[in-house]
Ligand binder design. Structure first.
Ligand code: DC
Length: 226
């Protein structure tokens, strides 16, 4: 018997509120939440700690055989382990954001992470957040949402997040960083952050978190109840 799992793909640019939305939806439906950006960030961390520049493509590729990255199910989500060590907020810094965006442009890095992402979705009902989930990783996802918000709204959310964590940043710097990442992520040749043909565009600029979750759930419920 084929045991088909239910998959929800949430793609969109940084700061669009994908991860907050995904976490809330995962709780609501009892699905596993997978943050695929954390995998790229972890590769970025490894490379950065080795002292390799983020644009040194050959240097980054030559590191891959040494990287032991795993995703384990913990508390309803996918926790990332690097060389057996649980990865936490050390990947959530501006420098590692830049590294993650740069390493994610390298086809070998994307191929390296592909199976880790697909394997989890084969065994579990998942809600996966990323850039290429609907187009490359889970093209057969039953629901695909492409989550967007204006650059200013996204920068403000990210700025508030960093401030809450005690980081010393300015709104202008966060906005500039976000615009750089948008161009870097959507302009790249491989798996650019663009909506799948069958994705539903979901702009949450003026919505609260609750409204965002309720509106997304309405879309998902229609498919689940088919
Ligand atoms: O979602 P995030 O901001 O944590 O992702 C960090 C970087 O990783 C982002 O700049 C683009 C890249 N990324 C990607 O290319 N594909 C994914 N599925 C997820 C993230």
């Amino acid at each position: 018997m084929v045991n088909k799992t239910f998959k929800i793909a949430l793609d969109g640019p940084s700061g669009s509120g994908k991860s907050t939305l995904a976490k809330n939806l995962a709780k609501r439906y009892g699905f596993v939440y997978i943050d695929t950006g954390a995998l790229y960030r972890t590769i970025g961390l490894f490379v950065c700690e080795r002292g390799i520049a983020s644009d040194d493509v050959n240097g980054i590729i030559s590191c891959l055989p040494d990287i032991k990255i795993e995703m384990k199910l913990e508390n309803g989500g996918g926790a990332v382990y690097l060389g057996g060590k649980r990865i936490g907020n050390e990947i959530r810094t501006p420098i590692i954001s830049k590294y993650a965006s740069d390493v994610s442009k390298i086809p070998e890095v994307r191929a390296f992470l592909l199976e880790t992402q697909r394997a989890i979705a084969r065994e579990n009902n998942v809600i996966m957040d990323g850039r290429d989930i609907g187009t490359v990783i889970l093209p057969d996802a039953q629901v695909k949402l492409f989550v967007t918000a204006s650059p200013e709204a996204r920068a403000l959310r990210r700025y508030n997040e960093l401030k809450e964590r005690g980081e010393d940043v300015s709104y202008e710097a966060v906005l500039a960083d976000m615009q750089w990442r948008d161009a870097n992520d959507s302009g790249r040749k491989i798996a650019p952050a663009v909506p799948a043909e069958d994705a539903i565009m979901f702009d949450n600029s003026g919505m609260s978190i609750e409204e965002t979750v309720e509106n997304a759930a309405k879309i998902i419920d229609k498919v689940i109840n088919l």
